[in-house]
Design a protein around this ligand. Structure first.
Ligand code: UDX
Length: 423
């Protein structure tokens, strides 16, 4: 098929590159000239494992442009993959989605033949049918379900392993407005062996939010169990193994620690909470999941203060700053509240992360950044392990108080005092 992708962030680019790998011809549209140039040279503007190789191998089937007209005229299916940033109240900003719908609509006005528009951006239930579809109709002067099709096809890509997640999904969700749209997406995904769930547009939108909310709930749940277990000396990982073997529960996302961060979970849970309010409802469980997660990283400071009650003037090392290992992304990282609290307590903070220090410097310019994990340890009385990078396993923590937020159990062997957050 000939596919256009609007937006070349990590979702759009991974989607485009993977569709090209599956044999489709892909045109990516972005407003950023630099990104366009890079993609056309076979260089991904973002880092995702395996992305560069797939892009290079399929360069003859993928191109990037600014030109909506060219993209829509030369393709049969368009995926909207633009960002949906958060507003302060938790609602999501639909500006880019609306702009994309307007541009596509304008181009459809002059296009002969049927075209399918698919929303892949994460949007609240009702958005595709009540915002995108009317805009497409208004700007094209045509009728949805007759002259063009509309569908909603959420993504479940984890940052860092997005290419693998795209190519080996657990399921594919197709929310469709009209039967022809469903047929076209069925065909597009026909080489996948996973189940395909076919739903209404708004159920597809809700599946995305409910998936992320459930995963975040699992983490907050095990952290709550873990906080209580820790008090009486239970290792929560043993509990997680014990309950995770129950097929109804599953072991995934029961990794207790200092909670969830990143570009999706916090934003999506806040949006869900906002959406519930908008329809005159409350989502109590989501409020609790968010609240547990807000407090969870600060448990590291409580554990630290058990051993050093007054942190004023004490040097504390922080290992790992990104929201999860192997990325430079610090959005909503649990390291942020930890470092903030350390500074409020007037501790001297030395930090290291193999990838994320440049980003962290923008938020905390005045702490000491070290060139290695070993340097962090030098002169620090205590060390907080925030992320599970392999190199943190091999360090010699002799003489240090180690508060471990991510279960780097090797640290226990050498540390003077070792405390795991939930074990
Ligand atoms: C998530 C979803 O997994 C993905 O499907 C969605 O499309 C985007 O959001 P991502 O944000 O890349 O992906 O990260 P993920 O690997 O899911 O981890 C999210 C956060 O949860 C991280 O901060 C991670 O450290 C934390 N986490 C994860 C735990 O604390 N315990 C776990 O057991 C798993």
């Amino acid at each position: 098929m000939n596919i256009s992708i609007i937006g070349t962030g990590y979702v759009g680019l991974v989607t485009g590159v993977c569709f090209a790998k599956l044999g489709n011809k892909v045109i990516c549209v972005d407003i950023n000239e630099k990104k366009i140039e890079m993609i056309n040279k076979g260089v991904p503007p973002i880092y995702e494992e395996g992305l560069e190789q797939v892009l290079v191998e399929n360069k003859n089937r993928i191109e990037a442009t600014r030109d909506y007209r060219y993209a829509i005229q030369n393709t049969d299916v368009t995926f909207i993959c633009v960002g949906t940033p958060s507003e302060d109240d938790g609602s999501i900003d639909l500006k880019f989605v609306k702009e994309a719908a307007e541009e596509i609509g304008e181009q459809l006005r002059n296009k002969d033949g049927w075209h399918l528009v698919v929303v892949k951006s994460t949007v609240l239930p009702g958005t595709t049918g009540e915002v995108v579809l009317p805009l497409l109709e208004r700007y094209s002067g045509k009728k949805a379900g007759v002259d063009f099709g509309v569908a909603m096809n959420p993504e479940f890509l984890r940052e860092g392993i997005a290419v693998r997640d795209f190519l080996e999904p657990d399921r594919i969700v197709i929310g469709y407005y009209d039967d022809k749209s469903r047929e076209v997406l069925r065909k597009l995904y026909s080489s996948f062996s996973c189940p395909i769930v076919e739903t209404s547009l708004s159920a597809a939108e809700m599946i995305k939010y409910a998936s992320n909310a459930f995963l975040a709930t699992k983490i907050s749940f095990i952290n709550e169990i873990g906080n209580r277990s820790k008090k009486i000396g239970i290792d929560t990982y043993e509990v997680a193994s014990g309950i995770g073997m129950d097929k109804r529960i599953g072991r995934a996302f029961l990794g207790s620690g200092i909670g969830w961060g990143g570009s999706c979970f916090p934003k999506d849970l806040n949006a869900l909470r906002y959406w519930a309010k908008e329809i005159g409802e409350k989502i109590d469980i989501i409020n609790s999941v968010i609240e547990v997660n807000r407090k969870q990283p600060l448990r590291m400071i409580d554990l630290l203060k058990k051993h050093i009650p007054n942190l004023n003037g004490k040097t504390v090392g922080v290992l790992g700053l990104a929201f999860k290992p192997y990325t430079d992304d610090i959005r909503e990282s649990r390291s942020i509240p930890v470092v903030r609290r350390l500074l409020e307590e007037k501790a001297i903070v030395k930090a290291y992360d193999p990838k994320a220090m440049d980003n962290f410097k923008k938020v905390f310019p005045h702490i000491t950044y070290c060139s290695s994990a070993v340097t962090v340890l030098e002169g620090s009385e205590a060390v907080l392990i925030i992320k599970k990078w392999d190199e943190f396993r091999r360090l010699d923590y002799s003489g240090k108080i180690v508060i471990d937020g991510r279960r780097v159990l090797e640290a226990k062997k050498t540390a003077r005092i070792y405390e795991g957050v939930c074990w």
